[in-house]
Design a protein around this ligand. Sequence first.
Ligand SMILES: [Zn+2]
Length: 166
Amino acid sequence: MSNPILIDPLAFARDGGQFDKELAIADLDERVHEVLASTAGAVKLSLSGFSDRLRRPSLRYALTANVELSCQRCLGVMPFEVESEGVITLFVNESKLDDAVAQDEELDAIMAEDEFDVLALIEDEIIMGLPLSAKHDDCGSEHLERAKADKPNPFAVLATLKKSGS
Ligand SMILES: [Zn+2]
């Protein structure tokens, strides 16, 4: 289990907090490891607090993660980069949150708790940023050539047959 990274979200937004963190994928929770081919790689997160134009406390995040997936075609390792960014708007009043979401479907709104787990945000964003079915664009000439080398060339076989027949 990974240890949470906790901030007080309202204070962070009010004070214009800034938080940068780089973590090894290996340090994330198992629920992330389950969807990856390995625990190699790292993730970088930048989080900042601000008040939006409606003076609502908000968190802006930008995340880049380099991970390894399994290719669904050749089962080989496939490096993948997750990039995600967004704004989370904090509310202390549930009916105001409901009104705001009704007016703006795009709004990523949450009720502000005393603690906000930055690590859970990182993990969620990685999981949601992965493709449903990972496939290499081109499953690597290396794999294909190895496959070819294992099988005898059909034209070479044909040539031997012709020779022995004559
Ligand atoms: Zn592949």
